[in-house]
Design a protein around this ligand. Sequence first.
Ligand code: CAA
Length: 401
Amino acid sequence: MTSIGIHDLELATAHHVVELDRLAEYAGVDPAKYRLGLGQDQMSFPAPDEDIITMGASAALPVIERNGIDGIRTLIFATESGVDQSKAAGVSVHRLLGLPPQVRVTEFKQACYSGTAALQAAIGIVSRFPGERVLVITSDVARYALDSPGEPTQGAGAVAMLVGENPALVEIERAAGIFTADVDDFWRPNDSTTAVVDGALSMSAYLDALTGSWDDLRAQGGPEIDQIDRMLYHQPFTKMAKKGQQRLAEHTGAPLSAALTREEQAAAPAGARDTGLFTGSIYNRRLGNSYTASLYAALAALLDHDTELAGRRIGMFSYGSGSVSEFLTGVVQPGYAEHGAASRVEAALDARVPLEVAEYRELHARVLPSTEDAQTPRVTRAPFRFAGVHGQARQYERTAG
Ligand code: CAA
């Protein structure tokens, strides 16, 4: 059977960064609560001329430059933070990337999960039309109310993936575990720019979905826990991956290490199996939550930093509140290390412009109404920018960047 999976991927983020130590100071909270309690150091924050479309297009551009557009007849844009109730964000990306008219474009929604639905749909399309390739873009701005418990878990990021036959990076295996449960743990009403969340319920719903989708993976003939070399989790904050790993270890009886930091790795009990929890958290710790992109940012971090992945099997747990989740597995391909994007991603993270808490709070509160024409200030250094609103339509343009 032909192998299908992720042939290439790229991560992009926003122009600004908020240091969580500064936010903790402002909020009168011990900084260790954010760094250790949540496992987060920073959060990306978009400039006024950035959004999911500019980040998504910026992630996809290098993928297109490296691979060309031959065979791309589908673009699926997965997001929680859509910018229009009707038009798919990917249609703007399609123009910004200069893709031909013969590309179907659509948007997938189910909180943080829809990137995985997009990946599975892409695999289905490639199975039916061998030789075609599908561009999957996951892009989100995670936004909670100011002064709410969710505030330090905000963030922004996009991961673009090219899905096709004989992938260079990760073959996605056939068996997948699925778990859906109607639960009001996190959602965002149409008239709200910030998510509504029941924090405690969201964590228990996540963990129940993890064991539920694991059980289904096994029922579908998926691998045993001992046959999975690395584990990646959706990371609303990186400590959630640790909680997931602990739950999976308890559920399966496998001695999986839940060490999330170098210090915890050094202190891990003898016999604990390291499945890359720390490595998979390297980017997310600095990005914050990127909803649909979060699991794939973890995959990017693992591929960029783990030098012993060739032929190894990765387990990936995708969770979208509401809730839909999926446990999938993939096998890393021999030449994966040539992708080596660590220096690019780290340079992009380092280049973000810090915001003082007062500046961040002012930007957070700013709302651009769709009813008035407006131009945004030129801030971003990304290749694309959101130029403003004209005739109630959002305008996007290429920058010199
Ligand atoms: N030093 C070290 N650790 C400290 C500390 C200190 N001084 N003070 C507190 N902590 C620890 C706490 O012990 C706790 O750790 P454990 O969970 O391991 O016990 C951790 O810091 C967080 O502390 P609290 O439980 O008091 O935190 P909180 O109530 O202020 O908020 C939260 C936590 C509910 C997760 C909140 O950040 C939130 O609502 N986040 C958004 C929802 C979310 O991300 N849910 C996750 C599952 S849903 C999902 O995955 C979908 C999605 O993307 C949203």
